[in-house]
Design a protein around this ligand. Sequence first.
Ligand SMILES: [Zn+2]
Length: 332
Amino acid sequence: MPSFPSAFRSARLCSLAVLLVPMLVLCASGPAAADQQRRIALTFDDAPRGAGPLFSGVVRTQRIVDHLDAGAVEGALFFVTTANLEREADGRARLVSYVEAGHRLANHSHSHPWLWKTGVDDYLADVDRASEVLATFDGVAPYFRYPYLDEGRTVARRDAVRAGLAERGLRNGHVTVDNYDWFMNALLAEAVRSGRAIDEAAWCSAYTSILIDGIEFYDRIARETLGRSPQHVLLLHENDLAALCLDDLIAALKDGGWAFVPAETAFGDPIAAWIPDTLFNGQGRVAALAAAAGQPLRTLVHESEDEAWLRRRFQSLGLLSEPTRSDAAGKP
Ligand SMILES: [Zn+2]
């Protein structure tokens, strides 16, 4: 586990930031306060996803809505991959359910392309196609989340798409906390396929503790880099583990002193306005800001963002039958 040792490091980073006016604003506006109420928003990518290992899409949506309601979590943001609507007969009604429950929708592209593999014009056309579909819904917020958090591997492509999104009035629906919830869900599917009985409490305990560790990891990097805890945006996927365990995750966050804010409130944090000049964007905005401030990249990825690490963890907990080679799930 990497460590970011000292106030000296924070001071050094903020001193570096004096050279960068936007960062100066970040540091000046954010005194470290031990008693600061930490805030976090929930976002769910790839909605509406198809049937999963435990739940149909309809049941999953109802469970997620119920968990959010029970936890008094308002203004969650569901990033829609609109091609999913062509495959899911109930998809449209499910998205409407989220909006009617007080949550919002936003653009996650039509076909979920990698930017580094896609030309700028084709990429933006795919964004436009999603926007056209979303225009038929109420409750759509003007945000775009890059599929795979991939903002490209060259400055030219990165900046061309950033400009194209700005022309369209779309803001980056950034995350501050990346994780591999998608791979944990793939491991759950693997366990179900193997015929193993699913100990729901144990799966949720593991899911929650791993996510909390990641949240604390990125909050620590934020405090060391910015001198404060920003309003966080947690990346989740609209998957069965969320539908199964969201109540546990919400409770654990509250126990840890976190308060929930609407996603669009969190996007009002000053870090949304500073676009880091880095190609290291795949771990979210906090990691990107730290990278731009000179932190070694290897220290900006939590250990749980690793398929082998997660497989070992779930095996050690007795939740997976045995090691397999079916490690082919792609990052959504
Ligand atoms: Zn996605």
